[in-house]
Ligand binder design. Structure first.
Ligand code: SF4
Ligand code: SF4
Length: 209
């Protein structure tokens, strides 16, 4: 409950302190206030027509305090890291970093849209990599094929049978990868490296507070 307005926190559509929150919690967030709303990023983004909110609009919404709308949208998950916007932004905002930072912050808070394909794939990729210290491509491909159910998976696998058989013949596909496959020798080292990354990220956030 907001003691000044008497409005329940969850029902408040605007959070005037949201820009400050983004500056603290999102990598590159301290640059959002530098956006001059020229629209170059929106016009340069190859995914522009498919975004609900372009980067330009997201930055405007952050400054307007539209916290729930920003963190709940799937727009930043659409960023392909092509860096078109970054090289053209007259204010040199690290737009790509901010897009991924916003997505990651929404995920940390449990506000990211469920069933968003990029989010789902990112989580599956990370889980796959983390198990053996390298990506098991066969398992990841099967996850992509069968994530929408058995029938959809079988249809996709059938439609790609020529590619699969070609890879098998060329020795680029090993069915035994399904039962473990290659693993990084030093999986403990990988765990330690990931823990260190988390530690560095936390330290970065703490420094921005
Ligand atoms: S190009 Fe840069 S300054 Fe222009 S709207 Fe996009 S982020 Fe803002
Ligand atoms: S880096 Fe992301 S936001 Fe920027 S132009 Fe490419 S897809 Fe669009």
């Amino acid at each position: 409950m907001n003691v000044q307005t008497g409005t329940p926190a969850a029902a408040r559509p605007y959070r005037p302190d949201f820009l400050r929150e983004v500056e603290r919690e999102v990598e590159g967030g301290e640059m959002v206030k530098m956006c001059m709303q020229c629209g170059v990023c929106a016009g340069s983004c190859p995914f522009g027509p498919h975004w609900e909110h372009t980067p330009q609009k997201l930055f405007m919404m952050i400054r307007a305090g539209k916290r729930d709308e920003v963190l709940g949208t799937d727009s930043m998950w659409m960023c392909t890291s092509c860096y078109n916007c970054v090289v053209r932004c007259p204010r040199k905002l690290p737009i790509t970093t901010i897009m991924h930072g916003l997505a990651s912050y929404a995920q940390r808070l449990g506000l990211a849209p469920k069933m968003q394909p990029t989010r789902d794939f990112s989580l599956a990729f990370y889980d796959n990599f983390r198990r053996g210290g390298r990506v098991n491509e066969l398992r990841l491909t099967l996850w992509v094929y069968f994530k929408d159910g058995l029938v959809a998976g079988l249809k996709k696998a059938w439609s790609m049978r020529r590619v699969g058989l070609g890879m098998l013949a060329a020795g680029r596909l090993n069915p035994f990868e399904l039962f473990g496959g290659h693993r990084c020798k030093d999986t403990k080292g990988i765990e330690a490296m990931l823990a260190k990354v988390q530690q560095i990220e936390q330290r970065g956030r703490a420094a921005r507070h």
